[in-house]
Design a protein around this ligand. Sequence first.
Ligand SMILES: Cc1cc2nc3c(=O)[nH]c(=O)nc-3n(C[C@H](O)[C@H](O)[C@H](O)COP(=O)(O)OP(=O)(O)OC[C@H]3O[C@@H](n4cnc5c(N)ncnc54)[C@H](O)[C@@H]3O)c2cc1C
Length: 385
Amino acid sequence: MKRNILTPEHEEFRASVREFIAKEVEPQYRDWELRGHPPRDFYRRLGEVGILGMWVPEEYGGGGATSYSYAAVLMEEIAAAGVGFGCAIPHSTLILAYLTAFATEDQKARWLPGVASGDIVLAIAMTEPGTGSDLANVSTSARLADDGSHYVLDGAKTFISGGSVADLVLVVCRTAPRDPDNRRAGLSILAVETSSTGFSVGRRLEKIGLHANDLVELTFDDVVVPAANRLGDEGRAFEYLSHNLAQERLSIALTASAAAQAAIRHTAEYVTDRTVFGNPLSSFQNTKFSLAGSAAVTQAMVTMTDRALELYDAKELTPADAAMTKLFCTEQAGSVIDACLQLHGGYGYIIEYPIARLYADIRVARIYGGTSEVMKLIIAKSLGL
Ligand SMILES: Cc1cc2nc3c(=O)[nH]c(=O)nc-3n(C[C@H](O)[C@H](O)[C@H](O)COP(=O)(O)OP(=O)(O)OC[C@H]3O[C@@H](n4cnc5c(N)ncnc54)[C@H](O)[C@@H]3O)c2cc1C
């Protein structure tokens, strides 16, 4: 179906991303997967070509893009090539949004130029060993010094994407004791420089997919964080997270839709080339029906994400809209990619076939950024339940 959100500028951007991936990512991607991460310089390269800072305002050295629809093109090209950009996608599409929305002018001037150039890589640390879905239960704590000049941060986080390469980590922490009447109160976001004494990177966690994205544990042991590094007001982190998680969920839905589109293309090609029982695999009715059904569902994902992007750009995407979009796209992408893998037979299980990588990489989309069950809770709440 013709897509209204795509303009000639989007297609120009698509062509440049495609060329960049072909020249600078594909030839080295296997190495990155084996090392668990792209080299640090790759972020600077993404900065130079304008991808990393495309949503950073121009006055801070970025591209000043105002529409988030370019993210769809970016995800589609990454999925089509079967690669990843390490942790550059969360950096540019999710974490930056906390700085543009909640940082002071002084903080923006300090951080945004580096965020656009790749000299400052961002990570966000919400999840802890004891709490993931239930964010209000965070126990990492920060105590404000008597003179108000700094916080002292203690605690541990886990599952932090890009945590081992990040220069600045946005840490969700408790700055006031738990309030039994309001579990969401008392949480703040501190921007922690990873060069700080007491900050340490723990275990690198081995994953079933996304092999070129590092995922680590972090520990904070009496880390001194200047009060000037607090993002927004003290105690309002939950509100900020609720605001920004809608964008994160849309971004994950875009990844899922892009992965399903890529799976259909790879599979249509594969079944045309493969012969079984003396006939092309594509000639069997089961193959046609399976791919046709998957294509229809994938079109629904594209339509839904395109509409969500329009609403997001108009600042009208509600948390429930974002939850529905993530729930639908990630669950359906799982089914579509599974059906596509089945049509590959044994080759679908072999990692050198793109469908195998898509299968392994997309599984986590139903978990991170809020699980499918958490999405259902948000949607149910919007129904008054
Ligand atoms: C690859 C990867 C990258 C990640 N990157 C980051 C990152 O950069 N920063 C970060 O902070 N976190 C990150 N995470 C963490 C991720 O967001 C959490 O794993 C996720 O929110 C789920 O939390 P949990 O793992 O503690 O699961 P739990 O909260 O323990 O959930 C376990 C199960 O219980 C279900 N459940 C929970 N609550 C309810 C409920 N009320 N009703 C019904 N069912 C429920 C869940 O849906 C799930 O099925 C990442 C995780 C992965 C795997």
